[in-house]
Ligand binder design. Structure first.
Ligand code: URA
Length: 431
């Protein structure tokens, strides 16, 4: 292991044997954390070429169970976001793609820090079960065309250990390490086609479009190399997605979006991403037809119906979906006022995500318990005109003494005296 660390430290490419030795030794506990963290730091500074990244991904993917989805007919399509603020896309996109005939067999994660997780959002609907056996998972996708569940403990133990280590050793923001971490899990989860939503901007791992493109290209190359139709879109995190940030608030927004009353950026994203997933599923010939099909599934209510079916199959109390006023509201709903006029140029997603976490919507450590009703509901989006005294957003919380956090939320809104143009949510498409 010392030789491997030194070789990477000195800028050499590691061989397949060396990478496999590291992954198996680290999972079995023979290689201690201090050596693994030294190697992670060497990779952070020296990088890995495409071949090394692909070997690392393969070794991590095979460090645990891989799911065989061959009992589900047709192409299984999965979608993964690199993590955002207000990102409820899966809860809208999954049902829409499935309503158009796609097979969505998806394993999702929980939120940590400023980013939310689909599983937590789903659990805001009482009764919803996200732990399913492999048999239940397959049966549900065969029966209704969609299941979104938690990753089983047996999948990708190498990533679980390595990601936890990277989190506390300053080695998260490395393209080969992120690419191998995400792709090893996605490949182990068994879908034939994968759409990656790579976020960039303040609330994302990749702060610039260029870095996000590098990450997306690395992941598309790994997936394609291993025989999966892998594509990526690059989307903007220079403001939260949609209006709602926080678990039950986001589920309510997902419901509204499936009922044709969604915010512009979220609707645009699900149409573009849905069209790509339908093309990957060989259901449509081109992206224009795909967008039309997704739009129709919103208009005719079949996407919403699919959401209801999915929650029903997973034990959720669907009366909440039919009547979202049943979701409990937080005790305190504080309006946040603008203290000057201007055009809204940017909403710092990182600051909004962290503030939402602090008022109860997220967890700082994996052990924290989430308050499902807490969160932030935006009243203004980038491009809007704001007058002094206007409400920028509402903070929903059961906590008191949150004055300082309200100040931080206020400061996340950047106003400009210049006109502000609104760019499309999808900045690039890589396939
Ligand atoms: N998400 C992951 O799953 N892994 C990373 O390394 C970063 C984001």
């Amino acid at each position: 292991m010392v030789d491997i660390i030194e070789r990477k430290r000195d800028g050499h490419a590691l061989s397949e044997e060396e990478i496999r030795f590291f992954v198996s030794g680290y999972v079995s506990g023979e290689i201690p954390d201090y050596q693994a963290s030294a190697l992670a730091m060497a990779i952070y500074f020296r990088g890995m070429d495409a071949k090394e990244t692909s070997i690392l991904t393969n070794a991590m993917m095979h460090s645990g169970e891989t799911i065989d989805l061959s009992e589900i007919d047709g192409i299984k399509v999965d979608k993964h976001s690199t993590g955002g603020v207000g990102d409820k896309t899966s809860l809208v996109l999954g049902p829409l793609v499935s309503a158009c005939g796609g097979k969505v067999a998806k394993m999702s994660g929980r939120g940590l820090g400023h980013t939310g997780g689909t599983l937590d959002k789903m659990e805001s609907v009482p009764g919803t079960k996200i732990q399913r056996t492999r048999e239940e998972f397959i049966k549900q996708v065969n029966d209704i065309g969609i299941a979104i569940i938690g990753q089983t403990a047996q999948i990708d133990p190498a990533d679980k250990k390595l990601y936890a280590l990277r989190d506390v050793t300053g080695t998260v923001e490395s393209i080969p390490l992120i690419a191998s971490s995400i792709m090893s899990k996605k490949l182990a989860a068994g879908s034939n086609a994968i759409l990656l939503d790579v976020k960039f901007g303040s609330g994302a791992f990749m702060k610039t479009l260029e870095r996000a493109k590098e990450l997306a290209s690395a992941m598309v190359e790994i997936g394609s190399h291993l025989g999966r139709d892998t594509r990526a879109i690059l989307t903007d995190m220079d403001q939260p997605l949609g209006l709602a940030v926080g678990n039950a608030l986001e589920v309510k927004e997902a419901i509204l979006t499936l009922q044709g009353k969604g915010p512009r950026d979220l609707v645009e994203l699900v149409k573009r991403a849905g069209a790509i997933m339908l093309e990957q599923s060989h259901i449509v010939e081109d992206l224009d037809e795909g967008e039309r099909r997704i739009a129709r599934a919103i208009e005719d209510g079949s996407g919403f119906h699919k959401l209801v079916e999915m929650f029903q199959a997973q034990g959720g109390d669907v009366s909440y979906l039919m009547d979202p006023s049943k979701f409990p509201l937080a005790k305190n709903i504080f309006p946040v006022y603008a203290n000057r006029s201007g055009n809204l140029r940017r909403i710092d997603s990182l600051a909004i995500g962290l503030s939402a976490m602090k008022i109860g919507a997220g967890r700082a450590t994996m052990q924290d318990v989430i308050d499902m009703s807490a969160g932030i509901l935006l009243n203004k989006k980038v491009g809007d005109r704001v007058n002094k005294g206007d409400i920028l957003c509402y903070a929903h919380t059961n906590k008191s003494g949150v004055g300082a956090i309200i100040g931080e939320i206020h400061d996340a809104f950047e106003l400009s005296d210049e006109p502000v143009s609104v760019s499309p949510i999808v900045h690039a498409y890589i396939r």
